[in-house]
Design a protein around this ligand. Structure first.
Ligand code: HEC
Length: 144
C-alpha cells in the first residue's frame, strides 16, 4: 500500500466517523444532565403533584408514610413514571435497598435524576424517613 493511499484511507475513516461522533455527543439526550431531565419531566410533575398538605388535612410532621405515599409519591412510584422504581416491584428495589435506609432517605431528600427533592413534597425529615420505610418495606425490605 502506498503512503499516499493509506493517508487517504485514514482521512476517509475520520470523515465517516465524525458525523456519528457529533450525533452521539449532541444529538442524544445526556442522561447525566439533570437539569435537562428535570425540565423534560416537569410537565408530568406539574400535572400530577399535589402538595401533601393540600391532599389531606393532617398537620405537617405527623403524617404517616402511607398518607404521604398516596398523596405524593404514588404519582410516580405507583406506575413507574420517568423510571421510578415501582412500589411492590421487588426486582426494581432490590439493588437500591442494599445501600441501607439512611442512604435511601438521603437520596430521596436530595432528589435523584428525574426525582425532585423530597419527591416534590413538603415532608419533614421524619416523615420522609417514614414514607421511605413504607415504600421500601412494601417492596421487599424489612426496615424498622
Ligand atoms: C416525579 C416523580 C417522582 C415522585 C413524585 C417521587 N419519586 Fe421517588 N423516584 C423517582 C425516580 C424517577 C426515581 C429513580 C431515580 C434514579 O435512580 O434515577 C426515584 C427513586 C426513589 C428512591 C430510590 C432512591 C435511590 O437512591 O435509589 C426513593 C427512596 C424514592 N424515590 C422515594 C420517594 C418518596 C418517598 C417520594 C414521595 C415523598 C417519591 N420518591 C416521589 C421519581 C419520583
Amino acid at each position: 500500500m502506498s503512503k499516499k493511499f493509506s493517508r487517504l484511507l485514514v482521512i476517509a475513516g475520520l470523515v465517516s466517523v465524525l458525523p456519528t461522533l457529533a450525533l452521539a455527543m449532541g444529538g442524544k439526550p445526556n442522561n447525566t444532565d439533570e437539569e435537562a431531565l428535570n425540565a423534560r419531566i416537569q410537565p408530568v410533575a406539574k400535572i400530577k403533584l399535589a402538595p401533601a398538605s393540600s391532599a389531606n388535612a393532617a398537620v405537617a410532621g405527623s403524617r404517616s408514610g402511607e398518607e404521604i405515599y398516596k398523596a405524593v409519591c404514588a404519582a410516580c412510584h405507583a406506575t413507574g413514571v420517568a423510571g421510578a422504581p415501582k412500589m411492590g416491584d421487588k426486582a426494581a428495589w432490590a439493588p437500591r435497598l442494599g445501600v441501607g435506609l439512611d442512604v435511601l432517605v438521603k437520596s430521596a431528600k436530595a432528589g435523584k435524576n428525574a426525582m425532585p427533592p423530597k419527591g416534590g413534597s413538603d415532608a419533614t425529615d421524619e416523615e420522609l424517613a417514614r414514607v421511605v420505610v413504607f415504600m421500601a418495606n412494601g417492596s421487599g425490605a424489612n426496615f424498622k
